[in-house]
Design a protein around this ligand. Sequence first.
Ligand SMILES: Cc1cc2nc3c(=O)[nH]c(=O)nc-3n(C[C@H](O)[C@H](O)[C@H](O)COP(=O)(O)OP(=O)(O)OC[C@H]3O[C@@H](n4cnc5c(N)ncnc54)[C@H](O)[C@@H]3O)c2cc1C
Ligand code: HEM
Length: 391
Amino acid sequence: MTADPISPIPQSGRVREVPPAVAAMVDLIRQTWRQAEPYTPEISQFFYGMLFTLAPATRDFFPINMESQRGRLVRALVHIIQLVDRPDDLAPFLRQLGRDHRKFGVVPKHYEAVGTALLAALKRQLGDVWTPPVERAWAEAYTIIARSMQEAAGKDTNPPCWLATVAEHRRLSWDLALVRVEPEQQVPYEAGQYMSIEVPQRPRLWRYLSPANAPRPDGSLEFHVRAVEGGWVSRAIVSHTQSGDVWRIGQPMGRLAVNRESGRDVLMIAGGTGAAPLRAILDNLAQWGENPKVTLFYGGASREDLYDLEQLRALASTNPWLTVCPVVEHGEGLPGFAHGTLADVVTQHGAWPEHDVLVSGSPAMIRATVSRMLVAGTPLDRIRYDPFTID
Ligand SMILES: Cc1cc2nc3c(=O)[nH]c(=O)nc-3n(C[C@H](O)[C@H](O)[C@H](O)COP(=O)(O)OP(=O)(O)OC[C@H]3O[C@@H](n4cnc5c(N)ncnc54)[C@H](O)[C@@H]3O)c2cc1C
Ligand code: HEM
């Protein structure tokens, strides 16, 4: 995955008329962030210094070694603040994010401290550019977002997080592991959602993972984790997780789902471990007698990247509504495989105008695929992916 954000393609397709005052606010924020962004490390350092002075209890929410986070929160805050003109997309995500932040122990006064620290850090970096209208724009946008998160957090009756014991850890390849955990209590998620996870080898470094199974009666969750180069958490999970480890699991998030009532067939596009949430959705569909036709394009750089292909083919062999099409970028001559990127191969078949489309994978893969499909003529409101992720 790349470290840059998914470009803000509206998810809903209903591009609501943005009130001029909101448009002007977002313009000011974007203009000033363009100037500040190269200094994210300096801004982050000042931000954390001020936050830990204003609200010392928040220091414990973050890992001991802050180097491993490298401005994650500041980048996340700014990324989300810039989307304040897309309330239809942003509101459901903010509700999930606010509920999820309960796992850190965040309370309302911490939101105030984060807002003050962010604005002070930007002011310090931007100097004369930080005029009263600029300050008002940032403050207003932050307040809208923080309020929405806090309201959802205040209403949530779930526990702030769930404890789950690792029951199985199996290496599927040198850089990939399957981990099955058994939560103490059912985690109330829908197939296709993701959740943040903390593992004992990396305290307070939460990372998102997507269960590869629909909710089961025994509540167990299966994760597919690929170790990324230089990755703090993924490498620890793949190499050092053991049965008996206790994981903490945050609130389910995300909106990937199949609408069985839409009357439309479904196109699924999965890259790498992006297959996991789609497999969970297929797992759920397989419990029904009748389903829309589903075509799944499952792609990677080489054959080895399609670690779940045999299981997906097995699922297709017993569920005639499902067709699995493997795609590799390198590996000319592999019989039964299409060649190219997922974006190339999927759009070779046209615009898929009669389908609902689900895309899952790295931000770079999602961005490339969604952009190409829009150019090919796929209606925007038919495409679903989980936006707002910054890794
Ligand atoms: C919604 C969502 C669902 C996800 N589901 C899964 C899942 O089911 N299984 C899974 O294995 N991962 C999944 N991820 C990715 C996961 O959350 C972590 O980002 C990933 O495991 C890397 O974490 P890390 O701590 O090892 O790397 P970090 O220490 O955070 O990053 C180290 C370096 O690796 C780069 N990097 C981060 N992620 C990737 C990547 N995926 N590929 C290449 N380089 C990367 C970073 O930019 C950085 O340079 C998901 C991410 C999101 C946003
Ligand atoms: C408007 C307010 C906020 C927004 C939009 C926001 C957004 C986010 C997002 C998107 C992440 C995930 C980053 C990732 O892992 O990719 C995150 C992580 C985190 N947030 Fe918030 N947050 C807000 C307020 C707060 C507050 C008030 C606190 C309390 C101090 C807080 C503490 C944390 C911590 C500890 C993490 C995980 C560690 C890290 O990523 O640095 N956040 N936040």
